[in-house]
Design a protein around this ligand. Structure first.
Ligand code: C5P
Length: 247
């Protein structure tokens, strides 16, 4: 029973495999036997391709494929089908691709998973990149400030069939209030109290983020670049366990 609870909590932590080669990815995987989900993003995927999905899976781990798809509906649907064939657990797409793109992505995932007997991945909507300030949004022609734009896109995503949203820790509370409990929320920008902020500006500790409604946390450097990554992972796990128990 204890082991099951531990696995369930470990599954809340997504380790960002922000490295540029297979060898480095392998080292991170070897250093974190307790982690359950690893995020393969644009850098590693562009360098090494789908073989990185197989590498993560060869360690018995789940893959979060963070390619932030954004294209015409037919093209995104094709990419989603390919991702389902690789049996990834999570996949990101830009909600600003619009309703039709998201609906086609959801349909493609369902059909392919069913037809080819693959697990149905969780499709995650990315709203407004946190690197964009309100003045940047205005420059590209968005008339809302970022908070309203995030809420607008998140609602559109859910309305189009997506069941999960990626957001910054600051957006957790308003999004949770707006979307209810059913929708999964994933947040990066996590820094344990004992870790350095590095280039992350609007940060939150793992415990706080869980209490404010996050289902999954994306954590990279505080764990992967710790002197002993396994120990850093265990500390985060303990913090989450306490947060979940006191929630
Ligand atoms: O090392 P660190 O914990 O900052 O890594 C966070 C991960 O989350 C990175 O892969 C980064 O690209 C991603 N991310 C982020 N902030 C966002 C969206 C994604 O830090 N707003």
């Amino acid at each position: 029973m204890m082991a099951e609870i531990k696995t369930e909590i470990a599954r809340k932590i997504i380790i960002a495999l922000d490295v540029k080669s297979r060898e480095e990815a392998r080292r991170v995987l070897e250093s974190l036997p307790g982690a359950r989900i690893f995020k393969v993003g644009l850098e590693l995927y562009t360098a090494e391709g789908p073989a990185m999905i197989d590498l993560v899976k060869s360690f018995g781990k789940e893959v979060f494929l963070d390619l932030k798809l954004h294209d015409i509906p037919n093209t995104v649907a094709g990419a989603v089908k390919s991702a389902v064939r690789h049996s990834v657990s999570m996949l990101t797409l830009h909600t600003s691709g619009g309703r039709e793109m998201m609906k086609k992505a959801v349909e493609a995932a369902r059909e392919t998973a069913e037809k080819e007997k693959r697990p149905l991945p969780l499709l995650l909507g990315v709203t407004v990149l946190t690197s964009l300030k309100d003045s940047d949004l205005e420059e590209i022609g968005f008339n809302h400030d970022s908070k309203n734009q995030v809420l607008r896109l998140a609602k559109l995503a859910v309305d189009s069939g997506l069941q999960a949203i990626v957001c910054s820790p600051q957006e957790l509370e308003p999004l949770r209030a707006e979307l209810g409990r059913e929708v999964k929320i994933i947040t990066p920008g996590i820094r344990p109290a004992w870790a350095e902020a590095q280039d992350q500006k609007r940060i939150m500790t793992p415990g706080e983020a869980i209490k404010k409604g996050a289902d999954f946390l994306v954590i990279g450097r505080p764990i992967t670049q710790a002197p002993v990554p396994g120990e850093a992972f265990s500390r985060v796990l303990e913090e989450l366990q306490t947060a979940v128990e006191s929630a």
